[in-house]
Design a protein around this ligand. Sequence first.
Ligand SMILES: *[C@@H]1O[C@H](CO)[C@@H](O)[C@H](O)[C@H]1NC(C)=O
Ligand SMILES: *[C@@H]1O[C@H](CO)[C@@H](O)[C@H](O)[C@H]1NC(C)=O
Ligand SMILES: *[C@@H]1O[C@H](CO)[C@@H](O)[C@H](O)[C@H]1NC(C)=O
Ligand SMILES: *[C@@H]1O[C@H](CO)[C@@H](O)[C@H](O)[C@H]1NC(C)=O
Ligand SMILES: *[C@@H]1O[C@H](CO)[C@@H](O)[C@H](O)[C@H]1NC(C)=O
Ligand SMILES: *[C@@H]1O[C@H](CO)[C@@H](O)[C@H](O)[C@H]1NC(C)=O
Ligand SMILES: *[C@@H]1O[C@H](CO)[C@@H](O)[C@H](O)[C@H]1NC(C)=O
Ligand SMILES: *[C@@H]1O[C@H](CO)[C@@H](O)[C@H](O)[C@H]1NC(C)=O
Length: 426
Amino acid sequence: MVRSELKKQNKNHVNVNVNVNVLIKVVVSCLLLGLAIHFLYSDSSHSHNEDLLRAATNQTQTQTQTATNNTVDEQEEEKCDLFVGDWVADPSAPLYTNESCHLIEDHQNCMKNGRPDSDFLYWRWTPRACGLPRFSPSKFLHIMRDKSWAFIGDSISRNHIQSLLCILSQVEAAEEVYHDEEFKSKIWKFPSYNFTLSVIWTPFLIKADIFEDSNGVSSSEIQLHLDTLDQKWTQQYQNFDYVVIAGGKWFLKTAIYHENRTVTGCHYCPGKNLTELGFDHAYRKALRQVFHFLTNSNHNATVFFRTTTPDHFENGEWFSGGYCNGTVPFKGDQVRLSDVDSILRGVELEEFEKAAAELGGRVKLLDTTRMSLLRGDGHPGPYRQLQPFSKDKNAKIQNDCLHWCLPGPIDSWNDILLQMLLNGGS
Ligand SMILES: *[C@@H]1O[C@H](CO)[C@@H](O)[C@H](O)[C@H]1NC(C)=O
Ligand SMILES: *[C@@H]1O[C@H](CO)[C@@H](O)[C@H](O)[C@H]1NC(C)=O
Ligand SMILES: *[C@@H]1O[C@H](CO)[C@@H](O)[C@H](O)[C@H]1NC(C)=O
Ligand SMILES: *[C@@H]1O[C@H](CO)[C@@H](O)[C@H](O)[C@H]1NC(C)=O
Ligand SMILES: *[C@@H]1O[C@H](CO)[C@@H](O)[C@H](O)[C@H]1NC(C)=O
Ligand SMILES: *[C@@H]1O[C@H](CO)[C@@H](O)[C@H](O)[C@H]1NC(C)=O
Ligand SMILES: *[C@@H]1O[C@H](CO)[C@@H](O)[C@H](O)[C@H]1NC(C)=O
Ligand SMILES: *[C@@H]1O[C@H](CO)[C@@H](O)[C@H](O)[C@H]1NC(C)=O
């Protein structure tokens, strides 16, 4: 019912003959103004980049269908699009639990926090055109002997590395060897494999002056330097054999844009007499620089560029009563990508494709957007805090419909990563 209401709204939206893009930017900006970004904004109105997405999926599906049957297995695997598939019920237990992994962040520790249903744990991502084996921590660690791997990005990257850490720690406990002052960037070692795993907090990937306290309350606009990468990751890049890099949602925030040492505009800064350039402008510039850096680096890491992760707030946003209380995955036609996520992913695909020739296979697309879109059931919702309804079962609790429960659907991102490693031979 909720969905059909949204669809009705969407139709009305299409009829309004204004520049949808500008409208979205303004709406998004207004809502984000001054808000903490523990959670992020989602827009449920019409999506104009959807066709681009569908076309991309269509193409890969067609390619897979036309693959002949007499090719050898390996060639088939190369052709198989790991990101076109379905969530299939799987009775086997997750690779770890809230009991067996001690590295789950409280806000994502849904079972500990009292989430009552657990069916969401029993689904496996299954590509249509090939098998996807369950992640094998010992196989992964074996490949990673003497290697170093980094996750570079925002809190979703942290969510992802915690999933990987939890899976690997079933074979060997990770030893934390470094954390920064704010515990946002960290390094772990797996001693008997001499494997190093890092997470680097750099939510914009480019240079940003952020004025937020530890609760995410902002005292001033973010100053974003669109022509300067964040040295926090570029200076360490040569230490890594493998990198998963991602960005996106932080670009939705209010920010002043700088280039070449001058202010060029902003995203949502009314009263400042600056040009509204839109978050897509900044995100595009940032990604161009990221790809330029990777192309021109002397260092040859295997890089996975992850696409945006969709959120699933329904009937509101995180700050206005939005929730996500599904207990099973969506079917393909029950859910669509929000405008904001469509724009982010559109920029990602365009810039990746533009850079692809030069990148020469150095950077692989970890296109988890679609598979994640189907998992509205995989978020903490109110169970981002311990026993939210213990005192009052009708308590009004802020929901998290962006990050992923651990264990949860994000674990499947690692199944794909390992398979890409095995397919890519690097
Ligand atoms: C997808 O492919 C089918 C044919 O295989 C075609 O009819 C359809 O128009 C395509 N859709 C898009 C969005 O490209
Ligand atoms: C190719 O493989 C598919 C699925 O395995 C099968 O349905 C189809 O009949 C095969 N086609 C030929 C020509 O062997
Ligand atoms: C794990 O979750 C269960 C509920 O699913 C809870 O009873 C238990 O206390 C939790 N354990 C830890 C260590 O979080
Ligand atoms: C551990 O791996 C690093 C490369 O990441 C290598 O330089 C070092 O020699 C290795 N240490 C041991 C004890 O093998
Ligand atoms: C940056 O500014 C300098 C002078 O301040 C100018 O020479 C240069 O062309 C500018 N570069 C770009 C990319 O605008
Ligand atoms: C706004 O900026 C423009 C160009 O920088 C300038 O000409 C104009 O005087 C400014 N307006 C105000 C009210 O400051
Ligand atoms: C980087 O790796 C790719 C693929 O493994 C290889 O083709 C290329 O020559 C390497 N480049 C450098 C600079 O080592
Ligand atoms: C989700 O919450 C809404 C509003 O409280 C309720 O109407 C709906 O039945 C709930 N759905 C599930 C699956 O619990």
